[in-house]
Structure formats: C-alpha cells, structure tokens
Design a protein around this ligand. Structure first.
Ligand code: 13P
Ligand code: SF4
Length: 305
C-alpha cells in the first residue's frame, strides 16, 4: 500500500468506526492530512471535549493525550505511539516539586501544559506557550514559581517585570539547543527574512527575533505579515506546513536540528493499524488524578485559556 492508499483506508476506517483523529501541528504532513483537527496542544483538547466521538486518537505526545483525557474523562483516548513522550514533561516529578513548594511556600506554582497529569495535580494553574504571559499577568500574587521550562519562564519574566518569577532548570531539548551562531548564519543567508521563534528557545534567541510566540502565534504572524520570507525557529514541521499554506512566501527552518523525535515517532502505518484493529495505547488516569489535575487546567480556562 502506498501513502495515498493508506490515507484513503484511514479516512474510510475512521468514518466506519466513528473515531475522531487529532494531530498536533508538529506531526508529519501525511498525518495532518488525514486528521479531523490539527492544532496546538490546548486547541486540540478543547476540540476533543466538543466532539461527539466516543473514541479519539491523539497523534502527538503523551501529555497532550493526558490533557485530552482530563478534559473528556468519559471518552476513550488513544495515543498514536506508546513511546511518544515529551522529554521536558518528564524532567520534573511530583516529589521534586512538592519539596520545592515547601521551600517557596508563598509562590503561586505555574505549570506549563507540557507536564504530566500527576505533576499538574499539585500545581496552581496551567499555561500554554500561547497563554503564559496573559495568565501570569492575572495572578494576584507577585511571586511565581514557573515550571518546568526556564526559557518560557524567562520570556514571561521579561514581559512582566512587576512579577518575581522563580525558575528551575528545565526546558525543551529541541528548542533550547538552538544557538546564536545558527541565528547569525540564517540571517546572513536570508537577510530579508523575518525571524520567528518559539519562547522555548533560549532568551538571547527570542531577543534576536522579530517575533517570539507560540506555534499558532508564529503561523498567524507569518500568514498575516506582508513580508515574503521567514526564518522559522520552532519544530521543522511548522516551516513545512506554512510553505504548503502560503506558496507565494518562503520559509526557512532556523536549524536542521529542530526536529522533535517524539512528535515524529508516530507513522502513518501506526495510525492505520490502530484504526484497523481498534486497539492502541489507551490513556488511563484514576478519578482523583483527573479531578486534581483538572483544577489546574480549569484555573487556566477561567483566566481566558
Ligand atoms: P503547543 O503548546 O504550542 O502545542 O506546543 C507544545 C510543544 O511541545 C512546543 O514544543
Ligand atoms: Fe517536548 Fe520539545 Fe518535543 Fe515540544 S518540541 S514535545 S517541548 S521535546
């Protein structure tokens, strides 16, 4: 079976079995093409809660499927590839953060959505890269402990100088590996291009950018801008999707190393096999974890996502 035939079979099977497919925008093109919804991790969870489908298949990484389960506990949530986890989400566990909380009892603990469901149960409020500044600006306490991403946390601190933001040493190994040498080389190769980066990159990279923001923010900026060329400082799929969506513009990945291996762990054949057999990695969370982790996510939703 070639790719096009496999895609046709997937479209037929998902209709026949009533399975709704969600794909994070870092997934490969051929997977985004057969998905019912493509978006960032937060958008996908909200859409999943709104669909009537009893079974949803999340093509992405584990914390995204967990967030979906927390928001839609009655649904059967399948993860496209059992080994696809976000390394950043695994960097800090509940025991570690419990100890840090004891050290900083007067801080509000803000958890990036890239955390495990278990860790969310002991945090105060969740944020996504799109909402981090907006949510933190509404927290009454001026002392914030931001976990796990120190680069996104530094981005928030820079935008909100009135807050005292305590950071820990976590981060995305893919975005944090981008270097200033790569920025200078990309700018030298494409002097007319705008530089758009994700705030998971190190602070000096975000400072050198024309725009720093979430995955969806980068896509919106590129689509609405009058500029014709862009250097894209986030996972390589975003440059590829933008090139399909805006054929009259040019998109250059900031670094060839901006590949998230976990996001790329899912293959079209994985999706096909799950649909064919109806079996896959089902996300199971106990009722207490769902209730406690949901508090953290609901606090974010109450502050406007
Ligand atoms: P989003 O929250 O924009 O989906 O990003 C998730 C992520 O893993 C970024 O590296
Ligand atoms: Fe995690 Fe980074 Fe991959 Fe996003 S790009 S899923 S933060 S490792």
């Amino acid at each position: 079976m070639n790719i096009a035939q496999m895609q046709q079979e997937i479209l037929r099977l998902k209709k026949e079995k009533g399975i709704c497919i969600f794909a994070h925008c870092y997934e490969a093109r051929e997977i985004c093409e057969i998905a019912d919804y493509v978006g960032d991790s937060y958008q996908l969870s909200v859409w999943a809660a709104q669909t009537d489908a009893r079974t949803v298949l999340m093509c992405g990484v584990r914390f995204m499927a967990e967030t979906m389960k927390i928001l839609s506990p009655e649904k059967r949530v399948l993860l496209s590839c059992p080994t696809a986890g976000c390394p950043m989400a695994e960097q800090m566990d509940k025991e570690m953060i419990r100890r840090v909380r004891e050290e900083y009892p007067d801080h509000t603990v803000v958890a990036y959505v890239n955390t495990t469901a278990a860790l969310k149960t002991i945090c105060d409020v969740c944020v996504t890269s799109a909402s981090a500044v907006k949510i933190c600006s509404q927290i009454e306490n001026d002392k914030i402990l931001f976990i796990p991403d120190c680069n996104l946390g530094a981005f928030v601190a820079e935008a909100l100088p009135e807050k005292k933001v305590k950071l820990l040493n976590g981060g995305c190994p893919v975005h944090a590996a981008v270097t200033m040498e790569e920025v200078q080389a990309a700018k030298a190769r494409h002097p007319e291009a705008k530089l758009l980066v994700h705030p998971e990159c190190r602070p000096e990279i975000s400072a050198a950018a024309d725009y720093a923001g979430s995955t969806t923010g980068i896509m919106k900026y590129a689509k609405e801008s009058d500029a014709k060329e862009f250097i894209i400082g986030t996972e390589i799929s975003i440059a590829e999707h933008l090139q399909y969506d805006c054929p009259d513009k040019k998109f250059y990945p900031l670094s060839p190393n901006l590949i998230c291996r976990d996001m790329k762990a899912t293959t079209l054949a994985d999706v096909y096999n799950i649909l064919k057999t109806g079996e896959g990695e089902e996300i199971e969370l106990d009722a207490q974890t769902i209730t406690d982790a949901r508090r953290c996510i609901d606090a974010m939703i109450a502050m406007g996502g």
